[in-house]
Write a protein that binds this ligand. Sequence first.
Ligand SMILES: [Zn+2]
Length: 158
Amino acid sequence: MVYCSKCGKENEGNASYCQNCGTRIKPKENKSGISKLINWKAIIIGIVTYFVVALVLELFVYIYGINYTFNIGYTPLPYIFIMSITGIFTGFFSGKEYLNGVINSMIIAVFYSIIYGLLSGFLYYLFLSLILLGVFGLIGGLIGVIIYRKYNNYNLTD
Ligand SMILES: [Zn+2]
């Protein structure tokens, strides 16, 4: 059942016009709550971004022979950096809703935390990753949405 926005009369769920006053009834949003928040394009872009930045960092360390085992999965510093960049990209491609940017970014944080957990074989790393990637993914996601809003001339609080 849908209610007419003008006269308030109850109409059939599939009605296009109000039976009472003839006002056009807005088509129902065909996306449900969860799927409205998730943007697969943004998530895939984020996952690729994370992978590429991690790879570039690893290559950099390898080529310049930096005497510091980066071991991307196990040292907090580089992957905080990678997740921040990833969050910004993900947030930007999530659109103008802060919540979308954060949720999409969080999904990537969880994804890579699980990978780190599996690769390391330690539950400890999974939780460490969840916390660190989660926090920096959240910050990055928000920054990404802010950049999107600036870029598309939205107000910060629209
Ligand atoms: Zn009506």
